[in-house]
Design a protein around this ligand. Structure first.
Ligand SMILES: Nc1ncnc2c1ncn2[C@@H]1O[C@H](COP(=O)(O)OP(=O)(O)OP(=O)(O)O)[C@@H](O)[C@H]1O
Length: 566
């Protein structure tokens, strides 16, 4: 949701509360003006307050009213989180002083999580949509959030709750973990890394713990090197909230879902790494589901000779204060493992211990007993959506800079047009984008092509990309074929006209873009002069028709065939 809409919704909530008989309008005016909305989804609203007093006061006096208003307006129960942003007051004061000169709110520009202890207003970008990379260094406090109502590209560092101690400088993007893991004792199932406390009790295998997918040390995946854009802002905020306040019922469990390579594991390990640094007395356990299953099998087999193996296995997870299980769709059809995860889940959440789960789909679409999926859905659920071009470009830039710095390639900078080429052509899977950057950099450094041109990059990456907007098919190709098929002009297809003869082909074209191009709704909407909600609506409308109307199925199949032959 862009900042303008977010502010509008928040204003509507305030107006709704003012309509209730039991509220004090003066209090609302005094205290609510010190709150800023940061993010909102279908069931979650995140606000920041300028200081601890305002936060606590609003929580004590008006949290229920905010929730009531949201429920009355939407018919859905909402979780509402309030974090402290100590810079908010300074900004509000400064803005009040310079009210007339203040720039308009940011249009959901991608930002890099701010890692410094205090907010650092970043250099104003060329356009409001230009991504921003925040500075490194300093402590990492939850909750960092994009200030929806802040100046363009300003990043706000929200203070850690008072119980959370300040932490050391964030990890570099790649490199040695700050705290070397201790040697293995009992190597339990599926754990990549545990906190200090847990290492003492039961440690995973020795050596640098790696993010298996990205070959980056798990300890280097932090909030500070996660690029925030509209597609992942909500997931980032919720993950931050959990890292700062593990075990709060509204986010327990936290369920993060989305397609492969969108940053779910990064966020889970960022939660873990943050808690390990700020609350080392808590035992955090991260487990990838595939590892969990294989260790479960090992423990079951070993159980015949070594009676304690299964007990040790279970114990390892039971004693977690924070349990993070990645890719749980992998547990579908693995009944015994699933039962064990469910038992762990129930026992930990009942004790107020935090559970974080991730999957490539929403809980309701995981093929498990309804009982399980409804329990998995009982806390915060958030989708990480495919990144838009701006976010991809921000990730390319950050990764290229980090690579150059860490590998000592500082004399080689990837030209802007090549960076844009990579962002535009890579699929939504960030791994593909990162490996394109690595390929280009290595070619520049080791083949003496430090002046690589866009043509050189095209040749080098010819077979690299699996999808993306412009690889084989573009939105323009789809529009053209749909226009020919339905005999609609291009101007009409992009117009505001709503007659069925135009709206229906438009919806089909949008649907095909969603099916055939690996791009987010925002980008598709833009191609049709519309916003992402219209694109979502169009896709939903065609999906409904496809279930019942044979004509529509045939039209879509024919168009897909035409497009596949281009
Ligand atoms: N917003 C982001 N900012 C910085 N790096 C990112 C971002 N999103 C993803 N990445 C990087 O992309 C790579 C893939 O991300 P990750 O492993 O977290 O994806 P995933 O969603 O867990 O995928 P899978 O479902 O396949 O496990 C990692 O190197 C991660 O650090």
């Amino acid at each position: 949701m862009d900042s303008e809409k977010l502010n509008d919704r928040w204003s509507a909530v305030k107006a709704q509360i003012l309509g209730y008989p039991d509220v004090n309008a003066a209090e609302i005016s005094a205290f609510f003006s010190r709150l800023e909305p940061q993010a909102m989804s279908d069931s979650f609203l995140m606000l920041t307050a300028g200081n601890e007093f305002i936060k606590t006061w609003v929580e004590d006096h008006y949290l229920a009213s905010i929730q009531r208003a949201l429920f009355d307006m939407t018919g859905t129960p909402f979780a509402v989180a309030i974090a402290v942003d100590p810079t908010q007051e300074q900004r509000q004061t400064a803005q009040a002083g310079a009210a007339t000169a203040a720039p308009s709110p940011a249009a959901a520009a991608p930002v890099m999580a701010q890692a410094a202890g205090a907010a650092v207003p970043l250099a104003a970008p060329a356009t409001p949509a230009t991504p921003v990379t925040a500075g490194a260094g300093g402590g990492l406090n939850p909750v960092s959030a994009v200030a929806a109502g802040a100046e363009p590209c300003q990043v706000v560092e929200v203070a850690a709750p008072s119980t959370v101690a300040p932490v050391a400088a964030p990890q570099p993007f790649s490199g040695a973990p700050a705290t070397p893991p201790s040697p293995a004792s009992v190597a339990p199932a599926g754990a990549i890394e545990t906190s200090e406390a847990s290492r003492a009790a039961a440690s995973p295998a020795a050596g640098s713990p790696m993010d298996p997918a990205a070959e980056q040390p798990a300890s280097t995946l932090t909030f500070s090197n996660f690029v925030i854009g509209e597609s992942n802002q909500m997931a980032y905020s919720m993950a931050n909230e959990v890292a700062g306040n593990p075990g709060r019922p509204i986010f327990n469990p936290l369920f993060i879902y989305g397609k492969s390579g969108l940053g779910k594991t990064h966020l889970m390990l960022a939660i873990k790494n943050y808690i390990d640094k700020t609350q080392p007395h808590l035992r955090t356990v991260y487990a990838d589901s595939a590892d969990f299953v294989s260790k479960y099998m090992e423990a079951s087999v070993a159980h015949d000779r070594e009676k304690a193996s299964f007990k040790n296995f279970k114990h390892y997870y039971e004693e977690a204060d924070v349990l993070l299980i990645d890719d749980i769709q992998y547990l579908q059809n693995k009944k015994q493992c699933l039962d064990m995860v469910f038992q762990l889940f129930n026992s930990l959440t009942a004790q107020g211990k935090q559970v974080v789960l991730s999957a490539d789909r929403a809980p309701k679409n995981i093929d498990v007993d309804d009982r399980y999926s409804s329990r998995f859905s009982s806390g915060g659920i958030v989708e990480v959506r495919p990144p838009d071009i701006e976010t991809k470009l921000a990730i390319v830039k950050r990764f290229a800079e980090e690579c150059s710095r860490n590998e000592g390639f500082s004399q080689c900078a990837i030209p802007d047009d090549i960076q844009m080429y990579i962002a535009e052509n890579s699929s939504s899977n960030i791994r593909e984008l990162l490996s394109a950057v690595t390929n280009v950099l290595y070619r520049m450094v080791f083949s003496g092509q430090s002046d690589m041109t866009i043509e050189g990059a095209r040749v080098l990456l010819e077979n690299h990309f699996s999808g993306g907007m412009s690889r084989n098919l573009s939105a323009e190709d789809i529009q053209r074929e749909v226009e020919n098929f339905f005999k609609v002009s291009h101007a009409d297809l992009l117009s505001a006209k709503r007659s069925r003869s135009i709206a229906y082909p438009r919806q089909i074209a949008i649907y095909l873009c969603r099916q055939l191009l690996d791009v987010p709704y925002e980008d598709i909407g833009r191609k049709f002069n519309r916003d992402h909600s219209t694109a979502i609506y169009a896709v939903g409308a065609i999906e409904e028709k496809l279930k019942k109307e044979r004509d529509v199925q045939e039209e879509v199949e024919t168009l897909q065939k035409i497009l596949s032959e281009l």
